[in-house]
Design a protein around this ligand. Structure first.
Ligand code: NDP
Length: 336
């Protein structure tokens, strides 16, 4: 079969494209400009015409994906802004929500072969910052960021702006399916990863051009920028990029994945945990906060779901494995 991957030059997407090609699928990837094609064509040269790249310049325009969806059997939708530089929630919400809507509308009207659409959401659409600890599952929705975006407008934090964009985009997708029940021949899957770490395959010229999640990893582990307080108290959930890519591909192959939301988390971390994991590969890296006790770390947001393991049959890399492979990857690039 043939799979459309939107935003195919991004960090997670390139891994998905790789796994799809390895699994025997043909891939049509969207990029925003034609200059992004050459790198991918070279990276996957051995697959020849099985990888096709098409330009979709502005995903917010109605009909943007009309041509791209023709003849594909499934879609993986990743194109969406992920950065912490927004000055207004709309910077994030408009491309996230309208991009999702135009894609689904194009699939409805022109995607006659489409059987399944997988949308990359995020734990940002699940977890809320609360004063007390909570274990979140696929049944939970983050309504806090949407509220923040609405109430604060341009004074909304970039974090909540991003989180609101992911929540609203995922809600839009489920709403679209509900509204078009009986008129669509495909079903929806959403994958909700927390912070994604692991080797980079995409075109990156220097560490300061890394995608948002890997830029943080590089800063804390290789540059050693965290202070003691941050290293012991700041963190989140995480998953290896190869494991989230595998979840995206597996969810196309497992019938029972249809109409489900997947929390895709390998566990929680504080930055010092990553330092400890990385130092098992390279003891010359910053020791960070040597007083840190992982047993005493308080993770207010925790993720509790085994749906990825149970339905998709996947297992997760450990922090030590991911850290080792990130460092090897950075070394190949000459970045450390
Ligand atoms: P990248 O920044 O590496 O890739 C983002 C992709 O989306 C690129 O292809 C980019 O195109 C495209 N894109 C960004 N903004 C727009 C826009 N306004 N219009 C059209 N295309 C756009 O990020 P990731 O690979 O990390 O993220 C991919 C997806 O995964 C996103 O939906 C993100 O929200 C989600 N996600 C990521 C996590 C992470 O930790 N990395 C965690 C959870 C979810 P271009 O290169 O042209 O800018």
């Amino acid at each position: 079969g043939k799979v459309l991957v939107t935003g195919s030059n991004g960090y997670i997407s390139v891994w998905i494209v790789k796994l799809l090609l390895e699994a025997g699928f043909s891939v049509r990837g969207t990029i925003r400009s034609s200059d992004k094609a050459a790198y991918l064509k070279t990276l996957f040269a051995s697959y020849g015409d099985k990888l096709e790249l098409v330009v979709v310049k502005d995903i917010t325009l109605p009909g943007a994906f009309d041509e791209a969806v023709k003849g594909v059997d499934a879609i993986e939708h990743l194109a969406s802004p992920f950065h912490m530089k927004s000055t207004h929630p709309d910077d994030m919400i408009i491309p996230a929500v309208q991009g999702t809507r135009t894609l689904l509308q194009s699939a409805l009207q022109h995607g006659t072969n489409v059987k399944r659409i997988v949308i990359t959401s995020s734990t940002a659409s699940i977890g809320e910052f609360l004063d007390t600890a909570k274990v979140f599952t696929e049944d939970d929705w983050n309504n806090q960021s949407e509220r923040e975006a609405k109430e604060k407008g341009k004074d909304c934090s970039p974090t909540h702006s991003y989180r609101a964009s992911k929540t609203l985009a995922e809600k839009e997708a489920w709403r679209f399916v509900e509204e078009h029940q009986g008129k669509i021949d495909w079903d929806l899957v959403t994958i909700c990863p927390p912070y994604v770490y692991g080797p980079v395959l995409q075109d990156v010229k220097s560490p300061d051009a890394l995608n948002t999640s890997m830029a943080s990893w590089y800063d804390y582990i290789v540059e050693g920028t965290g202070d003691d307080k941050t290293l012991a108290n700041v963190g989140g959930g995480w998953v290896d990029v190869r494991d989230t890519a595998a979840a995206h591909v597996k969810s196309l192959m497992v019938e029972a994945a249809g109409n489900k939301r997947f929390l895709n988390s390998a566990g929680e971390y504080m930055w010092q945990d990553w330092i400890l994991a990385a130092r098992k590969t390279d003891s010359k890296l910053t020791p960070g906060n040597t007083a840190y006790d992982p047993e005493k770390a308080v993770h207010l947001i925790r993720f509790g779901s085994t749906r990825v393991q149970d339905i998709l049959g996947l297992t997760y890399h450990t922090k030590e494995e991911t850290a080792r492979d990130c460092l090897a990857n950075f070394r190949e690039h000459g970045w450390y």
